[in-house]
Design a protein around this ligand. Structure first.
Ligand code: KG4
Ligand code: ZN
Length: 331
């Protein structure tokens, strides 16, 4: 049996979880800083680091308490090593290092995106080869995995990540941060839709591009202003969401057709989007096992870091006390 304490502080959530045998969540605590960042319209790195410092000890203690374990019951301590905001990452890393040193525990450094993908292991056993669609605030990638722990990116965004595009579009529509859930909510109120472009790039490519879509949103608002028209934001939100969903789903289905994986997994904060979940289900559920984690495991959390760390533990990965934050860590 393994019991892993996992810590995640790469962005604006201070999170700790206790995971048994890589699949059972004994505790999953998330302290969000969203309100503090909302008034700035996005995550302010320095503010994030300070909040992590204030929250991390209490969050770890709460996770251990909820799991009814102590430090001496742990097999290892895992932490997000990168990518992310370096000051934010360092808070989690120093906490994990201190625990590892004090209790003589092995330390495992986890890649944040690998964590998002392994969140699925908490839902259903992963089967290879699998195709993962990663859609978060910092990433938009299609990744093929032929075996545990080996990631083969087949497509990625060439400019904005899809979550970032949601957040920027939201700001243009005067919606608060984080943009994704607010754009989704507003789109539900729409009685019509403003048609927006889709960026398909060149034939055969699995890459994405969302900056043109973001510009289309800004241009529409600007042009309406010039004409003295109030933009129908609900219709614009719906058009934005339809464009994003169409591109993500079409690319994923094309990749499924080419690579014939046994499973298709969805990961990252944007996987919380109900329209995207529904569209993927409509297009893929009758062809392949489609696994989408519940909402609280889609957005940043430490349970996913613990699930990934378990697989790394089994394959012998061990970090040491020289571990440092790696903002641009490759997968
Ligand atoms: O994975 P995540 O929690 O943090 C990163 O690692 O980036 O993803 C956050 C992103 C934000 O851009 C947020 O706007 C987006 O996920 N998001 C959504 C939804 N919920 C969160 N986007 C669309 N629809 C949602 N319901
Ligand atoms: Zn994330």
């Amino acid at each position: 049996m393994t019991i892993i304490l996992a810590i995640e502080t790469s962005c604006d959530e201070t999170a700790a979880a206790v995971i048994k045998d890589g699949t059972t969540i004994l505790a999953n605590v998330v302290a969000t800083q969203m309100e503090s960042h909302a008034r700035f319209g996005g995550v302010v790195p320095e503010v994030a680091s300070r909040h992590h410092v204030e929250a991390v000890t209490a969050v770890v203690e709460e996770a251990l308490e909820k799991a009814e374990v102590t430090f001496s019951d742990l097999t290892a301590v895992a932490v997000t090593e990168g990518p992310g905001l370096v000051g934010a990452l360092l808070v989690g890393i120093h906490t994990a290092k201190a625990i590892a040193f004090a209790y003589q525990l092995p330390l495992i450094g986890v890649h944040h995106i690998a964590g998002h993908i392994y969140a699925n292991q908490l839902v259903q056993p992963m089967q290879f080869p699998l195709l993962a669609l990663v859609a978060s605030g910092g990433h938009t990638e299609l990744i093929l995995m032929k075996e545990d722990g080996v990631f083969e990116p087949i497509g990625q965004t060439r400019d904005d990540a899809v979550g970032e595009a949601y957040d920027k579009a939201a700001r243009a529509m005067k919606l608060p941060y984080p943009g994704g859930p607010n754009v989704e909510k507003l789109a539900l109120e729409a009685t019509e839709e403003i048609n927006l472009p889709r960026s398909w790039l060149e034939k055969g490519s699995y890459d994405f591009s969302f900056s043109g879509l973001k510009s289309a949103v800004l241009n529409r608002i600007h042009n309406d202003q010039q004409k003295g028209i109030d933009t129908n934001f609900a219709a614009l939100a719906k058009g934005f969401q339809e464009s994003v969903t169409d591109v993500l789903v079409t690319r994923t289905v094309t990749a499924y057709d080419e690579f014939q994986p046994k499973q298709v997994l969805v990961a990252g904060g944007v996987a919380a989007n109900k329209g995207l979940r529904q569209a993927l289900e409509n297009r893929l559920a009758n062809k392949v096992e489609l696994v989408i984690p519940p909402l609280h495991l889609c957005t940043d959390n430490a349970a996913m870091i613990g699930a990934c760390a378990h697989q790394m533990w089994l394959s012998g990965a061990r970090g040491d006390l020289s571990m440092n934050g790696r903002p641009g860590m490759p997968l």
